[in-house]
Design a protein around this ligand. Structure first.
Ligand SMILES: [Zn+2]
Length: 288
């Protein structure tokens, strides 16, 4: 069975599990039982893997060290509302690093980062850092090219073409919005944050040669742009983000990336669609 077929089968099985778990949760009147069903839904992320938690949030485990991208678990964000449960705190108890790509509300949710374990380090660009510090939380400002070492490797900030301010709409390449390259002992992961197609993606491919690229495919890189972005980055595995948790004012049910069929045709076996709670191992051999 091909990897895509395996993932599709896992996806179907997972969706059925979600339906059963949610039906079970609804049927249970006690709040603690509902919480148990949600915990079962998410569980603890597997070791040395990337787990999708909806929209732009991924939990990356590297030998027990947890890195979380853009966590936003609120019921309602600007023009969006969450349609699935949020991960329980037990799922991210081992989080040690939070990567905030920019300050848009669906990537920086101050209420969410406030509930992460004490001692977690937050890396983010300047505009986001200002908002976080107003909340009384420390954050380390990153600029393109800056790196941060962690026990399993390092995280390098790269430029994104996107607005970095809270409600900005102009796509800039001034470092106010970032992507991150995460070096691990098993593979190198590029997390794009939000970005349009631009020449900086060629630099990511040439300088960092990521094995796995998490691209904001439903955000700004849908269709042909997504296929071209994947080509420029050059990763052998492309994971779409920006779908699966929140309904949108204009796309109330966004369970698959937009223009999914076109991307599937263009990206072929390189695209690995993770449904909510699904994981991909960092070591390719573990996925066989
Ligand atoms: Zn954005």
């Amino acid at each position: 069975m091909s990897r895509r077929a395996i993932h599709r089968a896992l996806g179907i099985a997972f969706c059925l599990t979600i339906c059963m778990a949610l039906a079970l949760a609804v049927s249970l009147s006690a709040g603690s039982s509902c919480a148990a069903a949600i915990a079962e839904l998410f569980g603890r992320p597997p070791a040395n893997s990337i787990t999708f938690w909806g929209h732009a949030c991924f939990y990356i485990d590297i030998d027990g060290y947890g890195i979380v991208t853009d966590p936003a678990f609120g019921d309602r964000l600007f023009l969006r509302w969450r349609r699935v449960p949020a991960p329980p705190r037990s799922s991210y108890g081992r989080a040690r690093l939070i990567l905030i790509s920019h300050a848009h509300p669906d990537h920086l949710d101050l209420d969410t980062i406030a509930i992460f374990p004490g001692g977690v380090t937050i890396l983010c660009p300047e505009p986001a850092a200002g908002l976080i510090s107003e909340r009384g939380i420390d954050a380390k400002v990153m600029r393109p090219g800056d790196s941060f070492e962690y026990p399993g490797g390092k995280v390098v900030a790269v430029v994104a073409k996107h607005a970095g301010s809270r409600y900005g709409v102009r796509s800039l390449t001034d470092g106010s919005a970032l992507g991150f390259v995460i070096y691990t002992p098993y593979s190198t992961v590029y997390y794009s944050g939000d970005t349009n197609l631009f020449e900086g993606l060629d630099d990511v491919g040439r300088v960092h040669a990521p094995d796995i690229a998490i691209l904001n495919i439903s955000g700004h890189l849908h269709g042909k742009d997504a296929v071209e972005a994947a080509r420029r980055v050059g990763a052998g595995t492309i994971i779409p983000s920006h779908f699966g948790a929140y309904g949108h004012l204009f796309w109330p049910e966004q369970k698959l990336p937009r223009e999914y069929d076109e991307m599937l045709e263009g990206l072929g076996e390189t695209m690995v669609l993770l449904h909510l709670g699904e994981s991909l191992y960092l070591d390719p051999e573990s996925n066989d």
